[in-house]
Structures are given as C-alpha cells and as structure tokens.
Write a protein of this length. Structure first.
Length: 335
C-alpha cells in the first residue's frame, strides 16, 4: 500500500526472492474499488448477484455467473447492483509476454499480430489468411512471430478497437473451471508456498485468459443493451428470478407500475410485451442448457421456470420448431 492507494502487484515473501509480479487478486463483496485502475487489465469473475451498467447512455444487464474483461481505459459505471460477490484479477499484459507493455500495445507496435481483433468486414478473407499464415514473415523469424501471435490472442478481449469492456455469460461448468483457476492464482500469490509460485501464477493466468476468450468454450456473450433504465431494471429482475414463478402481477407489484406502463415501455424498447420477453429469455437459457450440458430436459425445464415439462416442450417448439429433445440431438449431431 502507498497511502490510500492499493499497489496492484504482488511482492515475494520468500527468503532470497526479492522480486514482484504484476498480478494482484481481490475477492470482494460488491465490485473492487480499484476496478477503474488506469495501469492494469482486469478480469472479473462475478460469483453471485446481478447489476446494471451504463454505456454511452444505454444500459446493460448482467447476471451471475458472468465474466468481465476491462482494459486500462475502461470506465465501469454501475447504475445498480444486487448481491454482488466478485473476484478480480489485476494484471499487466507484460506478464504474458515481456514486450507486451500497455504503451507498446497502444502504440500499434503489435498491430500485425493483433489484427485478428478487427471487426468482421474490415479485412478480406485473403488478408486474414495472409496474416494467419505469416506470408510476409522471414523464415528465421517465423517461430518467434507465431509465438507472439498466439500469446496476443490471449488478450483479445482487452484490445478490441471498438470497446474497452467485454461482458460474457458463463455456463455453470465453464464458471466452475474459471473459478478453480482464479482460486489457484489467489492461492499462489497470497501463500507463495514454494519458489515456483510466480511460474504457477502466470500459468494459471494464461489458462484463465484462454478459457475466457476462446469462443469454443464461451456459450454466449452479454451483448444485449437497453435504452430505457426502467426496462433494464425489469430485465435484471427477470434474469434474477428466471427459474422462479413470475407472473405479470408479481412484476407489476415489484415495480409499482400498471400493466400499460410496463408493456408500453417494453414494446417501445423491444417490440414485445414484458411477459413475451420473459419467455424469450427462458427459451434462450433452455437452448444453452440443451446444447452445452447433459442435464435432463425435465431439469432444464425447471431451471427455466417451467414446472410442467410438457408445457415447456410446447413453448420451446413454438419458438424453435423442434422439441427440446430434437434440438439437443441436432446440436450434438453437429459436434
């Protein structure tokens, strides 16, 4: 600590090891007071709760379990939160690779290797293929270049040109894996049980970043934003209670509004009524559960707020054209 400012590095406590590593970890109720730190990247694992954040006059709802990747430019503006418990890993990209300083990344020095973060359409297929194959790279530099490229991929969610914060939802099994890796980082930098703690902490950080950014392991991102803060707060309530019985009357009572006010707001924002939107959310959760888990259809039905599996199947087929079992069989057939 230096005055009231937290030093977001970890110093060795081992005898004869006079060194530091640019990784720091906090487990907090609510979000860390250092979350908008300007010298580090932040990877946040939200264990419990929900929150609404404001982004350029729009509102995003995020419900645990979820992850957040923030770079050093990020302005994390929480409008409201409920029951948040979080684990935040602060790090400098140079931990991944020595030359990956924040200044160097922002200078454009590694743009050749980070070009994969350009939005779709900015490059032709031939251009992407050329970069991926390192066509312009000299033979003697080929191995080093590919290693730089692969290391840079770990930082994709922190160096996107169009956003400083990326939110993503987590299926339970992915959350469990990330939680295990995050706990391993925390243990090694806090306990430092032997002289290999720095090596292990870096390894666990790289593994965490890979699991966070690799599309194959990430079912879906938190992309949906709302213009109306009232709709955002109702949406958060729906997400929080998605496995419970939610009726129109319970929503009206919770927010002290009448039916017309509620549905007018939702129709203006989303072109559907509040309860139709709830059904939309539930079917989305059901599709993820059917695709990425082996839970029985009856259990997925309950998790989505449908106590009657037959009714759930009827609603699911209305939205997808398939029964839950057929949808799962179709998704598994693609793997």
């Amino acid at each position: 600590m230096s005055g009231s400012k937290t030093e977001l590095v970890t110093r060795s406590k081992r005898p004869g090891m006079d060194c530091t590593i640019d990784i720091f970890h906090e487990k907090t109720v609510g979000f860390s007071k250092n979350i908008n730190d300007r010298s580090t990247y932040k990877l946040v694992l939200v264990d419990e709760g929900s929150f609404v954040v404001e982004e350029d006059g729009k509102y995003r709802v995020v419900v645990a379990p979820a992850g957040i990747a923030l770079n050093e430019k990020a302005e994390f503006k929480v409008v409201s939160e409920n029951g948040i418990k979080a684990r935040t890993t602060f790090f400098k990209p140079s931990v991944i690779r020595e030359e990956f300083t924040i200044d160097a990344i922002n200078s454009g020095k590694f743009d050749k290797f980070l070009s994969a973060v350009k939005s779709t359409g900015e490059m032709t297929y031939e251009e992407r293929l050329k970069i991926a194959s390192f066509e312009d790279t000299k033979f003697e530099d080929c191995f080093t270049s590919k290693m730089v490229y692969q290391d840079a991929l770990l930082l994709l969610d922190f160096i996107r040109p169009d956003r400083n914060i990326v939110y993503y939802s987590l299926m339970r099994q992915v959350y469990d894996s990330l939680r295990g890796l995050t706990c391993s980082i925390a243990y090694d930098i806090q306990e430092q049980p032997d002289n290999f703690w720095i090596l292990r902490a870096r390894h666990f950080l790289c593994s965490t970043l890979f699991l966070s950014v690799a599309d194959f392991y990430r079912p879906y991102r938190q992309y949906e934003v709302y213009r109306d803060p009232f709709v955002a707060n109702v949406a958060r309530y729906l997400w929080e209670n998605i496995s419970e019985e939610i009726t129109l009357d319970s929503v009206l009572k919770e927010f002290s509004v009448n039916k017309n006010t509620l549905n007018d707001a939702f129709n203006k924002e989303l072109d559907m009524s509040c309860m139709s939107y709830l059904e939309h959310l539930r079917i989305g959760v059901a599709k993820s559960g059917l695709q990425y888990s082996d839970e029985p259809v009856s259990e997925i039905s309950v998790n989505c707020g449908y106590s009657d599996t037959n009714y759930f199947s009827k609603v699911f087929k209305k939205h997808t054209g398939m029964t839950p079992s057929d949808f799962r069989k179709n998704m598994k057939g693609l793997c």
